[in-house]
Structures are given as C-alpha cells and as structure tokens.
Design a protein around this ligand. Sequence first.
Ligand code: PAF
Length: 289
Amino acid sequence: METETVPRAMVTTSGELRERTAQARAAGKLIGLVPTMGALHEGHLSLIRRARAECGFVVVTIFVNPTQFPPGEDFERYPRDLAGDEAKARAAGADLIFAPPTSEIYPPDDSTFVEVTGPLVECLCGPHRPGHFRGVTTVCARLFNLVGPDRAYFGEKDYQQLLVIKQMVRDLHFPLAVVPVPTVREADGMAMSSRNSYLSPEERKAATALHRALSRAEEQVEHGERSAAALLAGVKEMIASEPLVSLQYVELRDAETLDALTALDRPAVLAVAVFVGKARLIDNVVIAR
Ligand code: PAF
C-alpha cells in the first residue's frame, strides 16, 4: 500500500526550499514571503496572516542575520526559540518555514554585499548602527533570490527599513511587491518587538513613554501644531520625564524621502529611538496631515 508523505513544515537548505517553492509556482500559487529573525510575536503573526490572506503559498524565514548587527550589539543574546516559532508560524498560516544555518545564506567563500546608499540610510538609525542596513539589504536580496516571492511583507514599525528595502527592490528590479503592514501594539500602546523581552517589569512600564510621547505629538498635530521644533520638544520632554529611558534620537522627516522637515507641510514620519536598560527600542507614527 502506498503511503502519502506529508511535506515537512520546516526546511534548512536552499535546495529543499527551492524544490518546495518550485512546486507551489508550478501549481499556479502566488508566493508570499515573511522574512523574520524569529522570536515571533503578534507583529510577525500579523504579517503571516496578511500573507496567508493574499498568497497561495506562504514562506516564513527565520534567520538571525549576523551581518545586520554592528559590533557590540545583541547578536549573541538575540532571543531564539525555533520550536516555538515553528508552531506559531504554522498556526498563523505559514506553509513552509525556512530556518537555514548561517553557512546556507553566507557560504564561507562569499564576498558580495548589497547596499543602498544616500539619504535614506544616512539618517535616523543609519548613523547609529553602522553597516546595519547593508546587512539587512544583503540578507533580503539573498532571501528574495532563494524564495522568489511575488509579495514580501514588512512591518511599519521598522519604517526606515521598509523604505530602504523598497528602494533596493526598485533599483535591482526584483519582480516582487513590498507590502507594508501596520505596527501591532500591546494594550498599553507599546509596539511589539522581540527586544521587549530584554525589559524588566519596571523598564517595560517606563518604555510606554515612547508611545505616550508619539501619541501626544499626534494630538498636538490634531490641534493644529505644524512646527517640527514644537513636536520634537514635546517628545523630548516626555522621554526625559522617565529616568529609565534615554533618548537616542527623535526626528520629523518626509514620509517618502526621509528628508528632514522643519514644518509639517507634507506627509511625514515622526521617528524615535531610545534605550531602556540594555534594550534599544524604536517606534514611529506616520502623520498624513
Ligand atoms: O526586520 C527584521 O526582522 C529583519 O531586519 C529582517 C527583515 C528579517 C532581515 O533580517
């Protein structure tokens, strides 16, 4: 009697990945890609659910990408939970999880990077995390080539990353659509992030200052405030009132080009980075005007 083999939910080699995506493509399915570094939370799951709703075959990649962590950052202690991630990704609708070892993405003899240059990477997180975006675009380019997605899903919490990836996709003619997905927040407004797990209960409470500060800025805008200086001052004041939170930057920038703005005279992003204990956290609001 013939037994039907159930395809494995998780693969670790590019050969297995290509075989499965080729089958899906041959069956006429749209391929959706959700690239992640694991430690999946509701934010990631919303990307997977969106991909599930729009695509016939959903690939979730789980790879803690060493090249996007500048020296001294948290690569070694970045949270890892492959078994838990597999269960969560499957439950959210992933057809296939690709969790490669580092050598599968970066063969020992490789020497190619993909780098977006210019204003998009020279502001906000760029100067504070040298080489970070080069690492992100390099791994995403490699994953796009391996998976061959029709659509790739990225969270708006990493707003600058989203713009940098869109730029790379345009410049290198990757035949795929980059789909932005809104930030998912905890009940108290805190943006979901794998790095929230670094926070002690006290730090976690203090970290809500990030969202409170951005919400207050949104309220100021609703009441007619248009001056960047006034909005930035409000955020700085709120962050300064929390002794456990230290500000790295707060900036108001054009929502598409990331040009610095002195007045809210076009769609803009108000973006903040802070340290809370050992955790570096970012958040933003897009203000359409
Ligand atoms: O946003 C992330 O989790 C990572 O930067 C990404 C896009 C998976 C690349 O490693």
